[in-house]
Design a protein around this ligand. Structure first.
Ligand SMILES: Nc1ncnc2c1ncn2[C@@H]1O[C@H](COP(=O)(O)OS(=O)(=O)O)[C@@H](OP(=O)(O)O)[C@H]1O
Length: 411
């Protein structure tokens, strides 16, 4: 059941390259140097990641090729924490600690590849809801029909946060050959010490031939996740829903704002120094969107052909089209088609049609599709410029042009 190769998916680990490869290596080096500067500054120094000046010296990656070099961002030794290094201390817990400001929580710098997570042992349900408890997770594993077996997942939706991961999971769950756990298990970032048996127990039961899935969007930015998933099963299929990183950052901020209305404005958080145009790439809302850097970590363990990139934008405008790709990738019959969706004007999003055995159509909850605050267009412009070289590199690495540069406006 080998997945069909994606465009440009042939250059797996260790592929040698033609001249284009050299160009990509140069671009990689340039991005890595920028990243090194950022790392050395600890995300706090006055020169931290000035966007995009720090990247100007780099040759602009050329137009998208059919055969990108997926390992192009391989960092020089020492640039990135080794995937084998122990999990760095987690940070998000500050938010819930008395006396720690929301600003501190939001701005806490992340080491390269660091988990953006709550403390080990804490769970997070998809922010459609609030937070998942241990009890809920065990319930998730026990409310499934009493036939079949619990199995470790063969496919994972690993990211990105606010990319459209819930919409994708709910749509693929409509397939009869897919069973998925509804909550986010956070096994490969927060609960790894609980062991694979714990993880298996969280999963629904499946019959032979059915695929077990889960989604935890923070895996994509978790340094240890690729190695851990690889050691569970090296043929695990990985799905990443990506979205314009500027819009994604605003969506991320909007979610935080909904829980903590006292936080500073997006404009304040986005910059280290607005006059100088210094983007604060240590802010997780911005850092998560540097997809090329995170992807590089995954390509050390998985060939590109084992990773499917779903467009978060297309998932809204053409859910059936994206679902066709997902089903092909998973080796499934195309059962989830346009017949399964309708566009809900009130919600402003596609929803799943009422299944025959259920009483209501399924739109995602209120936490999906929140109205974003209006952001200063100059800030949007600066962020676009900041992300552009990383986006271009991401297109080169994946062999897919997500066309984020063409978007006129952000929601
Ligand atoms: N069908 C449908 N219905 C509702 N929302 C949809 C849908 N498809 C994609 N989206 C977009 O998904 C965004 C939330 O992404 P995630 O589900 O990955 O968020 S989370 O990380 O799990 O919190 C969410 O982002 P916001 O609009 O910023 O809330 C939506 O734009």
């Amino acid at each position: 059941m080998a997945p069909p190769a994606q465009p440009g998916a042939q250059g797996g680990r260790g592929s040698k390259g033609p001249p284009a490869r050299k160009l990509l290596c140069m671009c990689s080096l340039s991005l890595c140097l920028t990243y090194l500067c950022y790392s050395l500054m600890g995300g706090t120094g006055p020169g931290a990641l000035r966007s995009p000046a720090g990247l100007r010296g780099s040759p602009a990656p050329r137009a998208l090729r059919a055969s990108p070099a997926p390992r192009a961002l391989r960092s020089p030794a020492g640039l990135r924490a080794s995937p084998a290094t122990p999990a760095p201390p987690t940070r998000a817990s500050n938010a819930s600690r008395p006396g720690v400001s929301a600003d501190a929580w939001l701005r806490t710098a992340l080491a390269p590849g660091e988990v953006i997570a709550a403390p080990s042992g804490a769970f997070e349900r998809d922010p459609q809801e609030s937070s998942t408890t241990d009890e809920e997770l065990s319930r998730a594993g026990s409310t499934t029909p009493d036939y079949g077996e619990k199995r470790l997942p063969q496919a994972l939706i690993i990211g990105v946060k606010k990319g459209g991961t819930r919409a994708l999971l709910e749509a693929i769950r409509a397939h009869p050959d897919v069973r998925a756990v509804g909550v986010e298990p956070h096994f490969f970032d927060r609960n790894y010490e609980k062991g694979l048996e714990w993880y298996r127990n969280v999963m629904p039961k499946t019959l032979d031939g059915q695929i077990t899935m889960e989604k935890t969007p923070s895996y994509f930015v978790t340094n240890e996740a690729p190695k851990r998933i690889h050691s569970m099963a090296k043929d695990t299929k990985l799905i990443v829903v990506v979205r314009n990183p500027v819009t994604r950052a605003i969506s991320d901020y909007t979610q935080t704002l909904s829980k903590k209305p006292e936080i500073p404005t997006f404009e304040v958080l986005a910059f280290k120094n607005r006059t100088l145009g210094l983007i604060d790439a240590s802010w997780s809302a911005i850092r998560i969107g540097i997809y090329a850097l995170h992807l590089e970590n995954w390509l050390q363990y998985f060939p590109l052909s084992q990773i499917l990139f779903v467009s978060g934008e297309r998932l809204i405008i053409d859910p059936a089209g994206e679902m066709a790709k997902v089903q092909d990738f998973l080796g499934l019959k195309r059962i989830v088609t346009e017949k399964h969706f309708y566009f809900n004007k009130t919600k402003g999003f596609p929803c799943l049609k009422k299944p025959e055995d259920s009483s209501a159509p399924r739109c995602l909850g209120k936490s999906k599709g929140r109205t974003h605050p209006k952001i200063d267009p100059d800030v949007i412009h600066r962020l676009r410029k900041f992300y552009k070289p990383f986006n271009v590199m991401f297109y080169q690495m994946t062999g897919q042009d997500f066309q984020w540069e063409q978007e006129e406006s952000d929601k």
